[in-house]
Design a protein around this ligand. Structure first.
Ligand SMILES: Cc1cc2nc3c(=O)[nH]c(=O)nc-3n(C[C@H](O)[C@H](O)[C@H](O)COP(=O)(O)O)c2cc1C
Length: 189
């Protein structure tokens, strides 16, 4: 069954380790013929983000990608024990219940494990406020699990790779179930 995933990347840098993590996750999803779209917050007009311009064409387009998605992956590096301010500038522009009915998978990377709970304590309450009720545990990676190679690429540690595969599989399973349920006649779902 076809469904759509939108990946929101809240990293100010689009060439960091997080991009490698997003890339691998996307690869896994595409193997299952899942349609993947991207909202890279760093590529949206900074003025529109800083001034919370709901009517901006770029923001309206990005919000359409979120609205049409059955599942949303929210990716961010850990900054100051939380997700980035860059990500929050976009989250503030998502409509009030804009994540209702969607399966959500958080993907975080931090310099150390010290802020492992930032997914639970800083991101999840915000997602819940936006109507998300099906938030998966998510993956918290640390920098030393994603090594930069001499060729300019990244090498993802085996244990992280397995966690990403498991979480992607869970996202696929949960989203399929929900999409199938929504197609049942009313009363049966
Ligand atoms: C402004 C800033 C604040 C950061 N704060 C934290 C933090 O509180 N906790 C943490 O584990 N890592 C923190 N980090 C580290 C980043 O989360 C981590 O190193 C990032 O994934 C590395 O990105 P890179 O691949 O571009 O090097 C911070 C990094 C920056 C730039």
């Amino acid at each position: 069954m076809m469904f759509k995933v939108t990946i929101i990347n809240g990293n100010p840098s689009l060439t960091s380790r997080l991009s490698a993590i997003i890339g691998l996750t996307e690869e896994i999803l595409k193997k299952e013929n899942i349609e993947v779209h991207h909202v890279n917050v760093a590529e949206l007009p900074p003025e529109d983000l800083i001034h919370t311009k709901f009517e901006s064409e770029a923001i309206v387009k990005a919000n359409a990608l979120v609205a049409q998605a059955d599942a949303v992956i929210i990716a961010s590096p850990v900054y100051k024990a939380s997700y980035t301010g860059v990500l929050k500038t976009f989250i503030d522009l998502i409509p009030q219940k804009g994540l209702a009915g969607k399966v959500i998978l958080p993907l975080f990377i931090g310099g150390s494990l010290a802020h492992l709970l930032s997914i639970d304590y800083s991101l999840k309450p915000v997602l819940a406020a936006l109507g998300a009720r099906h938030i998966l545990g998510g993956v918290y990676a640390v920098d030393n699990q994603v090594a930069r190679t001499e060729a300019g690429g990244f090498d993802i540690a085996e244990d992280l790779r397995i966690r990403l595969e498991d979480n992607a599989a869970e996202l696929i399973k949960e989203t399929r179930l929900r999409v199938e349920n929504n197609q049942l006649p009313k009363g049966l779902a």
